[in-house]
Design a protein around this ligand. Structure first.
Ligand SMILES: C[S@@+](CC[C@H](N)C(=O)[O-])C[C@H]1O[C@@H](n2cnc3c(N)ncnc32)[C@H](O)[C@@H]1O
Length: 234
């Protein structure tokens, strides 16, 4: 068989496989609910660091640079495979939580000699088992567009932050126009499979969080990500 005959068939097969993967063959629900998130991150966990440690690094570095100038107890919600753990300064006490045991298992392997990582626990960021006003700093990187109920999560992040404390969010927020907007609209129907909601404008956070925004930064690569820092009134 000639190369030209083989190639289109291979491409067709690849396309079919990609569509099957994105559509989640045999999956009933198309909603990004808790079980879709767990299933998605069960699939991402083994390859997560390989694929995402590069593109997500700038946001993690920028957030942790802010945090390293602060003091006290830090909650990293949706800590995932713990890529950021090594970046925290030793004077901080870090607690990490995540919904996915598959992701956390990998985070635990990274703790090594870092004695300031106090706890890594499976927990829903929308239902935190910590008391009110508990942490000096709360950070969620690349998480708010991944959770089924962002309102609930924002309320919980606010609740566990001490008065005068800091909340930092790093995320991709969807564009209103242009190629990026078209792409995000197209990906929306695969959100249950990707474990991520590609259509999530910044207003979804700004209209729902009750804390004053202290600063906002656009981050590489390609200004795709945004860091927002909020302060809970003292
Ligand atoms: C895109 S990953 C980001 C991981 C990590 N923050 C990073 O920067 O690499 C999103 C993480 O949020 C977690 N997650 C999703 N929903 C969650 C929830 N309700 N509570 C806690 N973690 C959640 C996922 O399991 C996943 O590990």
């Amino acid at each position: 068989m000639s190369q030209s005959n083989i190639l289109p068939r291979r491409i067709r097969r690849f396309k079919q496989k990609a569509e099957d993967w994105l559509n989640g063959a045999g999956q009933d629900s198309k909603k990004l609910d808790g079980s879709a998130v767990l299933a998605a991150y069960g699939r991402w966990a083994p390859v997560y660091d390989l694929i995402f440690s590069g593109p997500l690094y700038w946001g993690q570095r920028a957030a942790v640079n802010h945090i390293n100038t602060l003091q006290g107890n830090v909650l990293e919600a949706g800590v995932g495979t713990g890529i950021s753990l090594r970046l925290y300064a030793d004077h901080l006490n870090i607690t990490g939580i995540d919904l996915s045991e598959d992701m956390l298992k990998r985070a635990r392997r990274k703790v090594g000699q870092k004695r300031n990582i106090k706890e890594l626990r499976v927990m829903d960021a929308g239902d935190l088992s910590y008391p009110d006003n508990h942490f000096d700093v709360v950070v969620a990187m690349y998480m708010i567009t991944v959770v089924p109920d962002p309102n609930k999560v924002l309320r919980e992040l606010e609740r566990v932050t001490k008065p005068g404390g800091t909340v930092i969010l790093v995320n991709h927020f969807s564009a209103n126009t242009g190629f990026r907007s078209t792409l995000e609209q197209g990906l929306k129907r695969f959100s249950h499979r990707l474990g991520w909601n590609p259509e999530f404008p910044k207003s979804h956070v700004l209209g729902r969080i009750h804390l004053p925004l202290e600063c906002e930064e656009t981050l590489p690569p390609f200004k795709l990500f945004t860091l927002m820092r909020f302060r809970k009134p003292a």
